[in-house]
Design a protein around this ligand. Structure first.
Ligand code: NDP
Ligand code: BG6
Length: 488
């Protein structure tokens, strides 16, 4: 099968084009797809922010990340050609003004072409921006809109945003991004679970002891501290990325890979998540914040120093979550994420139960239960830890060894970054990689209860030194259940 499937020509309007996300991720993603020949030459990229910039000035801004040192010389040579398809227009996204007329003029040149609006903007102006798109008649029948996460900061604000966007665009034209769903290894979760007979019969509370989901980052909040301090780890990572991973691990097999089949199953998981009271949160959640330390061999400042003020925002959170349904009754899902941790790694660990009856002589070594390790990044791969006999004479000696699928060793190829994949999925209209309105709202319902428990003082902040595994208290969270975090 051809690996590169060109998409139909499209116009994409990137609102927030001078921002961090657009410059670091979106424009490089479009550039790479262009270089690989996936974007037809008649496509146009219209970059929008408030400043009055010339195309040349914007091109310089955009080049900073797209032409980073790591880009190959061949790729860099294509930049001049690519940037000719990029035009900058100054527009007050949530207001009126002449910028909108200029934008309309451009888009109306191709009224029937697929048209995509990417809102890389503060979520508080998603609604107003869509209203302006509607007011200027830009929402043609072939228009789609992409919303970045987080959609709002709680259930109520998410509902308002969804309602306002829904006034202008039908649900099947709204693509709510969670870039984790575009990661190769996250997509592979569906294949691993539903294209292998082996796992499904043991994928439940009968055979599984618990699940761990860790998304650890070695970087700090850095230049995004302003945004991050209003969000914190719970809203920035758990409400979206981690809950999406949890859904893919815990959902029932969908009838097909149709977007709504998958999304309906994910929604059931979110609805089955146990909503915590303040008392339950007090014993099931650990909040942390990094202090100064050494990270990646360098001195790293405390989070409060990056923010420039005392702050109660968490940069780490560990949660013992529970899913109240037949499949998962009594199986804890330990979720953990943090900034400035010892090393960057995202992984899912499925810890199986011990064998029901041990027939091996105790002198042969320690029996350990199977463990499935799904490494999302870096060093993508899947490992199944198994008991085996150490070969050779002299009786049975037990060894706990991995069946190891390393992506790097098995698949000798580079694959597109999540944003590249997701942008092309929008052009194709593949909604399966995006969150539906009810999923986002259900995730907020659960998150809001946690936030309320915190407001009630249930979870005081625990500090950890930058470059470590988080607060000691997170170890106790599992220790109390006679379990431990695995460092795979
Ligand atoms: P930035 O603050 O870096 O950029 C915001 C952009 O929006 C700027 O280009 C700004 O330009 C523009 N903007 C703000 N207000 C208006 C307005 N009224 N009219 C037109 N343009 C406006 O934010 P980020 O790029 O970091 O984030 C953008 C969105 O993406 C947010 O929703 C964020 O939560 C989300 N996101 C970001 C990630 C990241 O890694 N950065 C990761 C995941 C999600 P100007 O002020 O010059 O007009
Ligand atoms: C973003 C968060 O959604 O995901 C960031 O806003 C975080 O704070 C990033 O750093 C992590 O993404 P990745 O792909 O680097 O794991």
């Amino acid at each position: 099968m051809a690996e590169l499937v060109p998409v139909e020509p499209f116009d994409i309007v990137v609102f927030g084009a001078t921002g961090d996300l657009a410059r670091r991720k979106l424009l490089p993603a479009l550039f790479h797809r262009w270089c690989d020949g996936q974007i037809p030459g008649s496509s146009r990229i219209i970059a929008v922010a408030r400043d009055a910039l010339s195309d040349e000035a914007f091109s310089k801004l955009a080049a900073e990340f797209a032409l980073a040192d790591s880009a190959s010389a061949a790729r860099k040579a294509r930049w001049t050609e690519f940037i000719q398809h990029v035009q900058y227009i100054g527009v007050e996204a949530d207001g009126a003004g002449p910028g909108w007329d200029a934008l309309k003029l451009q888009l109306d040149e191709c009224p029937d072409k697929l048209r995509i609006f990417y809102l890389a903007l503060p979520p508080s102006i998603y609604g107003k921006t869509c209203e302006s798109i509607g007011k200027h008649g830009l929402n043609t029948a072939r228009a789609r809109v992409i919303l970045e996460k987080p959609i709002g900061h709680d259930f109520h604000s998410a509902r308002l945003i969804n309602a306002a966007v829904g006034e202008i665009f039908p649900e099947d034209a709204i693509f709510r991004i969670d870039h984790y769903l575009g990661k190769e290894t996250v997509q592979n979760l569906l294949i691993l679970r539903f294209a292998n007979m082996l796992l499904e019969p043991v994928w439940n509370a009968i055979a599984i002891d618990h699940v761990q989901i860790t998304v650890a980052e070695s970087l700090g909040a850095g230049s995004r501290a302003g945004y991050y301090d209003r969000a914190g780890a719970l809203r920035d990572m758990v409400q979206n990325h981690i809950l999406q991973l949890l859904c893919l691990v815990a959902m029932e097999p969908p009838a097909s890979l149709e977007a709504d089949e998958v999304r309906a199953e994910k929604l059931k998981v979110l609805r089955a998540l146990r909503i915590m009271t303040a008392e339950q949160a007090g014993s099931a959640i650990v909040r942390g914040q990094y202090e100064a330390g050494v990270s990646g061999g360098k001195e790293a400042p405390a989070y409060a120093d990056e923010v420039g003020a005392d702050t109660d925002t968490e940069t780490f959170v560990a949660i013992r979550a529970e899913i109240e349904n037949w499949r998962w009754a009594g199986v804890p899902f330990y979720l953990r994420t943090g900034k400035r941790m010892r090393r960057r790694r995202s992984e899912i660990i499925i810890q199986f139960k011990p064998v029901p009856h041990d027939i091996i002589n105790a002198d042969s070594g320690i029996m350990q239960p199977n463990r499935l390790i799904i490494r999302l990044q870096p060093d993508e791969g899947v490992k199944l830890m198994m008991m085996t006999k150490d070969p050779g004479p002299g009786g049975v000696r037990l060894r706990y060894v991995p069946l190891n699928l390393s992506y790097a060793e098995t698949f000798d190829k580079n694959y597109p970054d999540a944003y590249e994949r997701l942008l092309m999925a929008v052009v194709r209209g593949n909604l399966g990689l995006f969150m539906r309105r009810d999923e986002v709202e259900a995730a907020w319902r659960w998150t809001d209860a946690v936030v309320q428990a915190w407001r009630d003082g249930a979870c005081p902040l625990h500090f950890y030194a930058a470059g470590t595994d988080g607060p000691e208290r997170a170890t106790t969270l599992l220790g109390r259940d006679e379990r431990e975090w695995f460092d795979a």
